[in-house]
Write a protein that binds this ligand. Sequence first.
Ligand SMILES: Cc1cc2nc3c(=O)[nH]c(=O)nc-3n(C[C@H](O)[C@H](O)[C@H](O)COP(=O)(O)OP(=O)(O)OC[C@H]3O[C@@H](n4cnc5c(N)ncnc54)[C@H](O)[C@@H]3O)c2cc1C
Ligand code: SF4
Length: 508
Amino acid sequence: MSRLVLVLGDQLSHDLSALKAADKSRDVVVMAEVTEEGTYVPHHPKKIALVLSAMRHFADELRAEGWQVAYTRLDDPEASRSIVGELMRRAQAHGTGEVIATQPGEWRLIEALDAAPLSVTQLPDDRFICSLEEFDRWAEGRKELRMEYFYREMRRKTGFLMDAGKPAGGKWNYDHDNRKPARDDMLRARPVPFSPDAITEEVLALVEDRFGDHFGDLRPFRFAVTRAEARRALDHFARELLPGFGDYQDAMLQDDRFLHHSVLSPYLNIGLLDPVEICERVIEEWKAGRVAINAAEGFVRQVIGWREYMRGLYFREGPGYARRNELGHDRPLPAMYWGAPTQMNCMAQVIGQTQEEAYAHHIQRLMVTGNFALLAGIDPGAVHEWYLAVYADAFEWVEAPNVIGMSQFADGGIIASKPYVSSGNYIAKMSDYCASCAYSVKDKTGANACPFNLLYWDFIIRHRDRFARNPRMGPVYRTWDRMDPDRRKAVRAGASACLARLDAGGTV
Ligand SMILES: Cc1cc2nc3c(=O)[nH]c(=O)nc-3n(C[C@H](O)[C@H](O)[C@H](O)COP(=O)(O)OP(=O)(O)OC[C@H]3O[C@@H](n4cnc5c(N)ncnc54)[C@H](O)[C@@H]3O)c2cc1C
Ligand code: SF4
């Protein structure tokens, strides 16, 4: 009897465990574009187009390799609304109730497959360096699950940037060298733009029709949609942008949205690229002497460290993780996150860029939009749904730990040892946003004061009971206690006025 082989939109890898376990001569690959996946949060139209176009290209590649593929298009009148609905339909058509799947990257789908009235085998997703069992073994019995120690294990395991058992260059981590602000440079390379082919154009028309009301610009569409294109994007990054990756990793510039970032996460997360191959490509540049150790190490750390660590934690923490709210924040997400006007130039820049590109780099996500949401006490569930919707690389296993854990401290400190909050000073130091802002970053009180300056102290004081005993936060409380009482009063009054404007749906 034949079996169905489920391939999801973020599982577009030829060496997927479900494909490896299947028999090309008798099993049927099931791929389905279903409305539920495009709408359970209002995904950015560029993200939907990326996934659908990459799925259609991948299905063609599988057919060319000899697979029988049962592919459901979104506009197929027979299509059901969900993945399980499509599996049931195909099961009936092919006279089989047996399904081989690779475990999805989201509890919602894992549970749906578990509950399906079919015999579904969910195989481990082995497109990662660290298996979930290995992560659990590492985590077991540790008081704190710090990324740095996990990362060192992954360096030892892969042998990446290792020299006779020791870290190459003598240090495990060169982050200290990676905090330089950037200057505008017209000659800096940009990520390669890919032109839509006929398949992508057809998808773009469909997405325009079905999801045109979602937040985000569909065109121009420049993402790679095949593995061959994604490989070209990787080569371009390694040759042109990697040398500056470390130095300017945390910098933000109004007229340069990508700086030295790779913009490879959308391709990695849907399976067009593999984490080992991208690290090997980067290390090749370092071995050839074309990039410094801080650039190569900085990049490898993000991929074999942060990315794998986030996945391990998401699965270790279980299905309720994305609903955690340890700080009890409950303010609704302000309309500016969906493009309503704001006078805060940093927020306008990052959200505007997100709307156009479905992309923002790490520090923009963490220290601008994430920082504001945390300081203002926004409901982390709403923040999580926003990030999951608006970024092309957002899949729950990696998005939720970054948002709920790293950015919003909503897991109570499993991922972050202290909340990632800052006043406007950090943004002023690392970006050129403040120069053209209606607020003044130098003003700590008064009508013109940067909202980050006001809300920072308000957050610190609101959560004094929780954070005052944190040794890394002690100096902050001492600074507040030494501050002139009138100034303290003015800061809190300014923060209350700012939050009241947000609550009234006004512009900040
Ligand atoms: C609030 C918030 C939400 C985020 N949501 C996502 C998300 O939905 N999907 C996602 O892939 N990343 C997410 N990240 C992590 C990071 O911001 C993106 O991986 C990165 O910006 C992708 O752009 P890039 O490919 O140009 O990355 P680069 O700066 O070029 O980094 C190289 C690669 O390292 C990996 N990486 C770097 N940082 C992280 C991290 N913290 N966690 C996991 N992988 C990392 C990515 O695969 C990335 O492609 C989030 C971070 C924050 C603070
Ligand atoms: S002054 Fe404040 S609000 Fe304006 S850009 Fe700078 S940090 Fe952002």
